[in-house]
Design a protein around this ligand. Structure first.
Ligand code: ZN
Length: 133
């Protein structure tokens, strides 16, 4: 992996969470983006080299809605950047990790993304991402 790109945090109310994180980090979020396909509205903060991605469900069947229902608000995933997501996916599969899909999907912040199943990563949902070409 190239670096830890961002940390995803599931929140119930994005406006409220934006205010709290702006106060905590001492600066406002720099963008809000809806990812229809994932059923989420996201906002991004930058802290040094790392981003914080706040995720709010926009539909009851969104993975974020289900996550909050089960585990409450909090850290949802760690996202690592890969130089080549396709190469990294194959490498991880060969090493016994389970990917949640065989192909990448379009994520927020101009990224192609794919998730690893938490059962093969010690209960942590891991996202692989790569800047869209
Ligand atoms: Zn993410």
């Amino acid at each position: 992996m190239k670096k830890l790109e961002h940390i995803g945090i599931a929140v119930k109310n994005l406006e409220e969470a934006n205010l709290i994180f702006a106060r905590l980090l001492g600066k406002p979020h720099y963008k809000v983006e809806v990812v229809e396909s994932e059923g989420v509205r996201t906002s991004f903060f930058k802290v040094g080299e790392i981003k914080i991605e706040l995720l709010e469900a926009i539909r009851p069947d969104s993975p974020i809605a289900k996550f909050i229902e089960k585990r409450g608000e909090g850290i949802h995933h760690l996202a690592f950047e890969a130089d080549s997501i396709e190469v990294k996916m194959k490498e991880l599969r060969d090493q016994g990790f389970t990917l949640l899909s065989d192909t990448t999907k379009s994520g927020a912040d101009h990224k192609d993304i794919v998730f690893l199943h938490p059962k093969t990563t010690q209960g942590v949902l891991v996202e692989l991402c790569q800047e869209k070409k």
